[in-house]
Design a protein around this ligand. Structure first.
Ligand code: ZN
Length: 169
C-alpha cells in the first residue's frame, strides 16, 4: 500500500492540474524566494471579495520575473490592480497575472514573447495596495476556449509556487 502511494501520488497530482500544464514548470516570480515568504491567501476575503491570489511582500522596485515562457497578452491599468500584466503560457492554456506593479520593464509591450525568468516589471503598490506594504499580487487563470485575458477561472497558485521555490533552491 505504501508503495502504491509513493508511485501513484505524483501522477495523480499531475493529472489533477492538467497533464503537461505550465503550472508544473513555473519558476518563482521573485529571485531568492523562501518557502516562508509564501502564504496561501487564496480563500481570504480582501475588500469584500475572495482574494483568489497570493500576495508576496517585497520592497518597492524588486524585479518581477516571468514564471513561464509565453506572451505578454495585456498590459492593463486597473483601479484595484494598478499596473498589471496578463501573460499567457505558450499553449494559451493558463494566464499568469501580476498586479500592483510600480512599473513595467522598459520596452515591455503587448504581443511580446518572453522567456522564463525575464524581468517584466517591478514590485510596487499601485491600485488598491496599501502604500506602505508594496507587494506582488500574483495569480493564475485557467483560460477558456476563447482565450480571453479578462475571463478565466482562478487557480490557486500556492502549490505550484511552493514546488517552484523548492526546485529553485
Ligand atoms: Zn492580493
Amino acid at each position: 500500500m505504501k508503495f502504491f502511494f509513493c508511485i501513484a501520488l505524483p501522477f495523480l497530482v499531475v493529472l489533477a492540474v492538467g497533464g503537461t500544464s505550465s503550472i508544473l514548470d513555473m519558476t518563482p516570480p521573485i529571485s531568492g524566494l523562501a518557502l516562508t515568504d509564501l502564504r496561501d491567501t487564496f480563500e481570504e476575503i480582501h475588500n469584500g471579495h475572495r482574494h483568489e491570489a497570493m500576495d508576496i511582500i517585497e520592497p518597492k522596485g524588486t524585479p518581477v520575473h516571468a514564471v513561464v515562457p509565453g506572451t505578454i497578452r495585456k498590459l492593463f491599468l486597473s483601479k484595484p490592480g494598478g499596473n498589471t500584466i496578463y501573460e499567457f503560457d505558450e499553449k494559451g492554456e493558463y494566464c499568469y497575472y501580476y498586479a500592483h506593479l510600480e512599473r513595467y520593464a522598459d520596452g515591455l509591450h503587448e504581443g511580446m514573447s518572453v522567456q522564463r525568468g525575464d524581468v517584466i516589471g517591478f514590485v510596487g503598490s499601485t491600485g488598491n495596495a496599501v502604500a506602505r506594504t508594496p507587494h506582488l499580487h500574483f495569480t493564475i487563470f485557467e483560460l477558456g476556449p476563447e482565450r480571453q485575458w479578462w475571463k478565466g477561472k482562478a487557480v490557486d497558485p500556492y502549490p505550484g509556487l511552493v514546488a517552484a521555490v523548492k526546485r529553485a533552491r
